[in-house]
Design a protein around this ligand. Structure first.
Ligand code: HEM
Length: 266
């Protein structure tokens, strides 16, 4: 009897301990904020102190202080990549600032190194996300998250701003569309295209029952040339699941021909 009671007590204690551990673990996970993970919240001036100025990219001596850069308000320690990021490295301009926009635009001038991306389309947003994943996962700890930058994307408590929340929602949608686009492109093939000086661009569908169309996918700015069925059958609705693709006949092209030439404008 006594042993039975002890077993019940031991089991209850175990359940209580496990519950407490789960409770604290969950509240830790939910508190995504920097304090929960011992991360720092930087002001722009503070971040600027970690630009790697005065550190030679070819040097081998230990760094006096780390080198940081920010992407969409996340501050990463890139000290182990000093050959890229310290003075003389090809990408030193990214350090000490949030140059999110330039990670996609490739405009590395003073004007281009900015953090605003609200006008980016799906593909550009996914491009930014690619770089964040790169710094988060790079070489198993070569680079790592050091904190958050107060400003466009995080507030002074290191919590996401409405701008960031909106971009994250758009990113989630962009990922959904990326999958739909992949499936759709398998159903509606792309044209072959060829540019020639003086002649312009020739678009061609390899199947004679198809004709080139300028197609804009939802969420994107840059069109592609799609080969749609000449008989008017609309394909891909089952994979698009409610997304609406815009198609237009190229200027001056015969909508029932499988080839089409668009002269250059100049
Ligand atoms: C939007 C345009 C571009 C961005 C944002 C970009 C960014 C970067 C960054 C951040 C790194 C350092 C990676 C690390 O920390 O490990 C890097 C490395 C590199 N990039 Fe770019 N890059 C761009 C375009 C290009 C282009 C057009 C080329 C080639 C012509 C190029 C060639 C390279 C090479 C070769 C490396 C590695 C260098 C080495 O290992 O020494 N990049 N790039």
């Amino acid at each position: 009897m006594c042993i039975y009671i002890m077993k019940v007590y031991a089991l209850s204690a175990l359940v209580a301990i496990v519950s407490v551990v789960i409770y604290y673990y969950r509240s830790y996970i939910q508190k995504e904020g920097p304090r929960a993970r011992n991360l720092k919240v930087f002001t722009a001036d503070e971040l600027q102190q970690y630009s790697g100025d005065g550190v030679k990219s070819t040097g081998t001596e230990p760094l006096e202080k780390p080198i940081y850069l920010a992407v969409m308000g996340k501050v990463f320690d890139v000290s182990k990549g000093r050959r890229f990021y310290a003075e003389g490295g090809g990408y030193s301009f990214f350090t000490g600032i949030d140059g999110t926009r330039a990670f996609v635009s490739g405009n590395f001038t003073k004007e281009g190194l900015r953090d605003d991306i609200e006008d980016f389309d799906d593909e550009q947003l996914l491009g930014v996300e690619h770089w964040i994943s790169f710094y988060e996962s790079k070489s198993e700890g070569k680079y790592f998250l050091a904190g958050y930058l107060v400003g466009r994307y995080y507030d002074s408590n290191g919590q996401p701003t409405p701008v960031l929340e909106n971009i994250l929602i758009r990113l989630a949608r962009a990922k959904e569309r990326r999958e739909k686009k992949k499936a759709y492109h398998k159903v509606v093939p792309s044209c072959d295209s060829h540019w020639e000086q003086g002649k312009g661009t020739t678009y061609k569908c390899s199947e004679s029952k198809r004709s080139p169309r300028k197609e804009t996918f939802p969420g994107e700015k840059t069109p592609r040339c799609a080969c749609i069925l000449i008989d008017g059958t609309v394909e891909g609705a089952n994979v698009l699941k409610g997304e609406h693709v815009l198609t237009a006949v190229y200027d001056g092209c015969d909508p029932s021909s499988s080839t089409c030439n668009v002269p250059s404008k100049d």
